[in-house]
Design a protein around this ligand. Structure first.
Ligand code: MG
Length: 187
């Protein structure tokens, strides 16, 4: 996997203009972009926190979410956190709830539970139902290999996120590039 160009916490966030320039390069944007939460949008496991704590995002996440929305993409969240009440509180505190068109906080028994609430069996069918968008018109970001592997089998273009950077400008480009290639190969 390509590593993000930013590895340090001190790096400046991408500007809205940088995000817009990347998005303008692609004619065929995904109709929906789906994000994992822990180590994809924010750099921690939210189960380590309480709802009263103050969360923070990876630096490029806000301009990327805004840019995708402005470009007409629907946004969805797919999380297996064992503490959905913490994730839910953090979505509100970060002003993210109103940015997403579908929010699936469906817990697993724990991070190693390979039987309950898998994203390909539970989260994505719910997102597909709520948004009415085909799996082949979605782009998905997650930091865990098993999720990428499972969701890929649905036909969703799935990108492994570097936990040092979360979803950043490099990951956005990588995802749009992979999505474009997958669509061209299918047509
Ligand atoms: Mg994660």
């Amino acid at each position: 996997m390509t590593r993000g160009r930013r590895g340090t916490a001190a790096a400046a966030a991408a500007t809205p203009q940088e995000v817009a320039e990347v998005l303008q390069r692609y004619e065929d944007l995904p109709k929906a972009v789906v994000f994992d939460a822990d180590y994809t949008l924010w750099p921690f496991w939210c189960e380590m926190f309480a709802p009263s704590d103050t969360p923070w995002l990876y630096p490029d996440v806000p301009p990327i979410l805004d840019g995708l929305r402005q470009a007409g993409c629907k946004l969805a969240l797919a999380s297996r956190t064992p503490t959905p009440h913490v994730a839910s509180a953090f979505l509100d505190k970060l002003g993210l709830r109103q940015r997403f068109h579908s929010i699936q906080l469906i817990p697993a028994a724990n991070g190693y539970d390979q039987h309950s609430a898998q994203k390909d069996k539970t989260h994505f069918p719910a997102i597909q139902r709520e948004l009415g968008i085909d799996y082949t018109e979605m782009l998905f970001y997650d930091d865990e290999h098993p999720n990428i592997r499972r969701v890929s089998t649905l036909g969703v273009c799935s990108i492994l996120v570097d936990t040092a950077t979360g979803v950043d400008l490099a990951a956005l480009k990588q995802g749009l590039e992979a999505y474009t290639k997958a669509r061209q190969a299918a047509s």
